[in-house]
Design a protein around this ligand. Structure first.
Ligand code: PXG
Length: 313
């Protein structure tokens, strides 16, 4: 495995940053989790836009144009010969001293890109749906660490994840400071009722998968889409609930805080949106490999997987 580190490709063993890096010392940095499907990096432009917005607010000068950053991601996949991958792009404040002051990190940021195989959730979770709970840890106040920032400071979500682990469930709902549902620890949340798809308007990260699913729901499923304030009560009484995220894609939820959602099985709109989302992932992004005439990358991936005896998902 080759890691992109500050403009060079290095072996995994040599991909190291200093103990004085403020990303490590303070969580002072930004990141993106991105996915490539069949040689297409899904919504790469949108991920890079979000990353640069986080850096702008955090006043981290990236030192690369967005175009150069996109090229670096593409090259990382090429160097590793990957078509289907999970990509972690990290920008730290860089090396400083033992004080908080970011002005001491004057050598500039450390930037690294890891492209690895995707760890998929077990297939039965998609088939049967998740049981989740609401946890006591509330999502950050927007004027503390705004949930829109995809910063390296993820302790808010990690504390909630610990509470999910303690409850024996794979994901957890986090409320905002006013008691409205915000999102999950690493996923956005949606509900369907009376032909309307609803998702929280505030207190959450603006997920790339979230935006893609809202667009598909509106354009291809004829669903009305609302971003609004939603309480747990409304989620309990929804017909369908599902989560979205780069890693999870779109995954049904069938039980929240002991209450079954609908008939306790993944709903038809959820399954329809999941299928349409999968179709979009192959098209809607930046191509890593130029296709030669008569050479179909997707076909090649399927053939490779067949050889290895694994199913695609
Ligand atoms: N909310 C939060 C708080 C997130 O961290 C999402 C929503 C979904 O956003 P995207 O853009 O991926 O649709 C995320 C996703 C994990 C993990 O291990 C999840 C995320 C980042 C890193 C790890 O589940 N972010």
């Amino acid at each position: 495995m080759k890691i992109y580190l500050n403009g060079k490709f290095v072996a995994k063993e040599d991909a190291k940053v200093s103990v004085f890096d403020h990303g490590l010392l303070y969580g002072d940095g930004a990141f993106e989790g991105i996915r490539a499907y069949s040689g297409v990096v899904f919504k790469l432009g949108e991920h890079i836009d979000r990353l640069y917005e986080t850096c702008h607010t955090m006043m981290i000068g990236v030192g690369l144009t967005k175009k150069e950053m996109i090229a670096a991601v593409v090259k990382t996949l090429k160097v590793n010969g990957l078509r289907d991958a999970y990509i972690r792009l990290v920008i730290t404040r860089g090396d400083g001293d033992l004080g908080l002051d970011p002005r001491k990190c004057n050598a500039g940021p450390n930037i690294f890109i890891i492209a690895d195989k995707i760890v998929l959730y077990p297939a039965e979770l998609y088939k049967n749906g998740l049981t989740i709970v609401t946890v006591p840890t509330v999502r950050n106040h927007p004027e503390a660490i705004n949930p829109q920032l995809k910063s390296l400071n993820y302790l808010n979500n990690i504390l909630a994840k610990i509470e999910a682990n303690n409850a024996g469930v794979p994901e957890a709902i986090m409320l905002d400071g006013n008691g409205y549902v915000a999102e999950c620890t690493g996923d956005n949340i949606f509900m369907v009722k009376d032909g309307i798809l609803k998702t929280p308007i505030q207190g959450r990260l603006r997920g790339i998968t979230r935006d893609a699913v809202m667009e598909i729901a509106q354009k291809k499923c004829g669903l009305k889409v609302q971003e609004t304030l939603i309480t747990r009560h409304e989620f309990f009484n929804a017909e369908e609930v599902f989560l979205t995220g780069t890693a999870a894609e779109l995954i049904p939820v069938v039980k929240i805080d002991g209450r079954f959602i609908g008939n306790g099985k993944p709903g038809p709109e959820t399954l329809r949106l999941l299928k349409l989302f999968h179709e979009a992932t192959r098209k809607d992004g930046v191509k890593v490999y130029e296709r030669n005439k008569g050479h179909d990358a997707r076909q090649e991936t399927l053939e490779r997987q067949k050889e290895k005896g694994v199913s695609e998902r």
